[in-house]
Design a binder for this molecule. Structure first.
Ligand SMILES: N[C@@H](CCC(=O)N[C@@H](CS)C(=O)NCC(=O)O)C(=O)O
Length: 215
């Protein structure tokens, strides 16, 4: 199984999920600016015409894109991991999908993507905060008194920990306004799978910045 990733991007959720499952994959780094495979210089658009990560190639050679699909695939590939409710638990699985969609559409793409985009104007950033910051309030209420999004750690937590981690780079969002979210993120960072993923990806991210500065 191959997983295409860029350091500290949403693809880190898959790395966390693999660590939780005790599974392994070939993790292949993509340079987000040149859209090439860092090791070989190969064109990433030839693998994902949309140019984004994550992308997963199964052992059978099938390509899968989209965090929500990839994370569920990894969870199901390691059924003993408990990273997703079994598909026979229809409501449990729907709730997992509910959270994956919420994280992907409301938090990741609508709120965080514009805030992290160096080319987005201040107006665009202000609009994203005005329009979508309420999602953090909703999440804060939901997480109060809960350890995880569902009744145990799932791939949705891997994704949420990854996306919330980006708030370190977005001064527009003050996490002290959301104490349950802040405490959740601190707890997640202490999990060995998340700490290990950050331990690998922070140095890769720094190397990526240095590479781009030097170019
Ligand atoms: N719809 C995709 C979006 C993935 C995505 O936004 N990936 C970001 C990194 S967090 C990316 O690679 N962006 C680069 C680009 O869009 O060109 C998913 O849910 O997996």
């Amino acid at each position: 199984m191959d997983v295409y990733f860029s350091p500290l991007a949403c693809s880190m959720a898959t790395r966390i999920a693999l660590a939780e499952a005790g599974g392994s994959a070939n993790l292949i780094e993509i340079d987000p600016i040149s859209k090439t495979l860092l090791a070989t210089g190969e064109d990433y658009f030839a693998i994902n015409p949309l140019g984004y990560v994550p992308m997963l190639r199964t052992d059978g050679g099938e390509l899968l894109s989209e965090n929500s699909a990839i994370l569920q695939y990894v969870a199901d590939r390691f059924p003993g991991s408990g990273l997703a409710p079994p598909t026979s638990d229809r409501l449990g699985r729907a709730k997992l999908q509910q959270w994956l969609c919420f994280i992907g559409t409301e938090l990741h793409k609508s709120l965080m993507t514009p805030l992290l985009d160096s080319k987005a104007s201040d107006e665009v950033k202000a609009y994203a905060v005005r329009r979508y910051e309420s999602r953090l309030g909703y999440l804060d209420q939901y997480l109060a008194g809960r350890e995880f999004l569902l009744d145990r750690f799932t791939v949705a937590d891997a994704y949420l920990a990854t996306v919330l981690g980006w708030t370190q780079a977005t001064p527009q969002i003050e996490l002290t306004k959301y104490p349950a979210v802040k405490a959740y993120l601190a707890r997640m960072r202490e999990r060995p799978s998340v700490a290990a993923a950050l331990g690998v990806e922070i140095p890769l991210f720094r190397a990526e910045i240095a590479r781009h500065k030097a170019a």
